[in-house]
Ligand binder design. Structure first.
Ligand code: NAD
Ligand code: UDP
Ligand code: UDP
Length: 370
C-alpha cells in the first residue's frame, strides 16, 4: 500500500500517522481532537457512519475510551493518546477541534481534576498574562485552549486542512443582551473564577480568526450552548448531568442560587448535525448552535422530576461566582446560512440520556446509548 508521509520539520512520536493514499479520493480524512469525550464521540459516530477515515486525538482528561470502543477494530478509525498542548504531525482534510476541559468552572466538584493548593503563576503566550491561579486545572485549561488551539491551527496551516473550533456561549459571559446574537461582544469578567474557560475560548476564537485572515486558513467557529445527552460525564458538575444522576440515585436535586437563572438545553444529536453542516458549508461564522427553548433551573428540575422521579426533592445551594443570569441563543444566522435548527425538545431528549445514565450508574440491562 502506498502511504502519504508527513512532511515538515517535526520529529514527534506520533509523526508516523500514515493514511493509505488510495483512501484519499474516496473518503474524507478527519481529525477529531477530544473525540473520546461527550460531544466528540457522537460526532465520531456520525463521521464513521458517513464512511470517513477518522483520527481521534485525546488525552483522556475527561474523555473515556468506552465512548469510542465500538470503533477500535475498524480500519478506518485510529485513536491516539496525545495532549494537544504538544505539537503533532498528521495528514487530514478536516480538523474538528474539541479538546478542552469543558467544565473548568466546576473543578471544585470534579473528582477527575487534581486540585493543588498552592499558587501557580503562569504567563501563557506573548506576554499575555493571565494572572495567578489556585488550581492546576485552570492552568491546564489555558494551555489547552491557547497552546492546544495554536498547535491545531499550525497543523491546519501545514497540511491545508479546514479547521473547526468548538467555542462556547460562555464567550458572552453574563450577557447584557438577550437572546444572544453572534454580533454581541459579551460581558466577561476577565479576572473571575470562570474566566479561565470564557477568556480561553475567546483567545481561541481570536487565534482562529487571525490564522484565517493572516494565513488564509479555512476556518469555522461554532459557539455551542449547553448541550446534554448520553455519555455526558457523570460527575463533572454540569446541571443536567447532576440532576439526572441525583434523581436516579434518590438524592436531592441541587439547585444553585434561587434557581431562577435560565439556560437553553440542546440535545447532542442536534449539535452534531449543526457542527457537520458548519464544517461542510461555506461560512466561517461564528454561529450559535443551541436550542432556543429557555428554562429556569427550577423548570429543569421539574422536567427531571417528571421524567425520572416525581418525588425527587430539591435542595438549594449557594450559587457559584459570576454565574450568568440568563442565556438563550438567537439562531437566526444558523437557520438562514446553514439551514440548521434543533429538532429535539428537552422532554424528548432527556429520557434518552436517562437510560444511558441508568445503565452507567446501576449497570442494569435497561439503558445503554450504543
Ligand atoms: P468533554 O469533557 O466530554 O470532552 C472534551 C474532550 O477533550 C475529552 O475527551 C478530554 O479528554 C479531551 N481533552 C481535554 N483536554 C485535552 C488535551 N489537552 N489534549 C487532548 N485531549 C484533551 O466535553 P464536551 O462537552 O464533549 O465538549 C466538547 C467541546 O465542546 C469542548 O471544546 C467544549 O468547550 C465545547 N462545548 C461544550 C458544551 C456542552 O454543553 N457540552 C458547551 C459549550 C462548548
Ligand atoms: N504544529 C503542529 N503540527 C504541525 C504544524 C504545526 O503541532 O503539523 C504546531 C507547532 O507546535 C507550532 C504551532 O503549531 O508551534 C503553530 O504553528 P505555526 O507554523 O503556525 O507557527 P510557528 O511554528 O511558525 O510559530
Ligand atoms: N446548577 C445548578 N445545580 C447544579 C449544577 C448547576 O443549579 O447541580 C446551575 C448553575 O449554577 C448554572 C446552571 O445550573 O446557573 C447551568 O450550569 P452548568 O454548569 O450546567 O452550565 P453553565 O453555567 O456553564 O451554563
Amino acid at each position: 500500500i502506498a502511504y502519504e508521509l508527513p512532511s515538515g520539520g517535526f520529529n514527534h512520536a506520533n509523526a508516523g500517522a500514515r493514511i493509505p493514499l488510495g483512501l484519499k479520493s474516496k473518503s474524507m480524512r478527519v481529525l477529531v481532537t477530544g473525540g473520546s469525550g461527550f460531544v466528540g464521540s457522537h460526532l465520531v459516530d456520525r463521521l464513521m457512519a458517513r464512511g470517513d477515515n477518522v483520527i481521534v486525538v485525546d488525552n483522556f482528561f475527561t474523555g473515556r475510551k468506552d465512548n469510542i470502543i465500538h470503533h477500535l477494530r475498524n480500519p478506518r478509525f485510529e485513536l491516539i493518546r496525545h495532549d494537544v498542548v504538544e505539537p503533532i504531525l498528521l495528514e487530514v482534510d478536516q480538523i474538528y477541534h474539541l479538546a478542552c476541559p469543558a467544565s473548568p468552572v466546576h473543578y471544585k466538584y470534579n473528582p477527575v481534576k487534581t486540585i493543588i493548593s498552592f499558587y501557580l503563576p503562569y504567563t501563557v503566550i506573548h506576554g499575555f498574562h493571565y494572572g495567578t491561579y489556585r488550581d492546576m486545572s485552570n492552568y491546564r485549561d489555558h494551555k489547552t485552549n491557547v497552546v492546544g488551539t495554536l498547535n491545531m491551527l499550525g497543523l491546519a496551516k501545514r497540511i491545508n486542512a479546514r479547521f473547526l473550533l468548538t467555542s462556547t456561549s460562555e464567550v458572552y459571559g453574563d450577557p447584557l443582551e438577550h437572546p444572544q446574537v453572534e454580533t454581541y461582544w459579551g460581558n466577561v469578567n476577565p479576572i473571575g473564577v470562570r474566566s479561565c474557560y470564557d477568556e480561553g475560548k475567546r483567545v481561541a476564537e481570536t487565534l482562529t480568526m487571525d490564522y484565517h485572515r493572516g494565513l488564509n486558513i479555512e476556518v469555522r467557529i461554532a459557539r455551542i450552548f449547553n448541550t446534554y445527552g448520553p455519555r455526558m460525564c457523570l460527575d463533572d458538575g454540569r446541571v443536567v448531568s447532576n440532576f439526572v444522576a441525583q434523581a436516579l440515585r434518590k438524592q436531592p436535586l441541587t439547585v444553585y442560587g434561587d434557581g431562577k437563572q435560565t439556560r437553553s438545553f440542546q440535545y447532542v444529536s442536534d449539535l452534531v448535525e449543526g457542527l457537520m453542516k458548519l464544517m461542510e458549508g461555506e461560512h466561517v461564522g461564528p454561529f450559535n448552535l443551541g436550542n432556543p427553548g429557555e428554562f429556569t433551573m427550577l423548570e429543569l428540575a421539574k422536567v427531571v422530576q417528571d421524567t425520572i422521579d416525581p418525588n425527587a426533592k430539591i435542595e438549594f445551594r449557594p450559587n457559584t461566582e459570576d454565574d450568568p443570569h440568563k442565556r438563550k441563543p438567537d439562531i437566526s444566522r444558523a437557520k438562514e446560512l446553514l439551514g440548521w435548527q434543533p429538532a429535539v425538545t428537552l422532554r424528548e431528549g432527556l429520557p434518552l440520556m436517562v437510560s444511558d445514565f441508568r445503565h452507567r450508574i446501576f449497570g442494569d440491562k435497561e439503558g445503554g446509548s450504543r
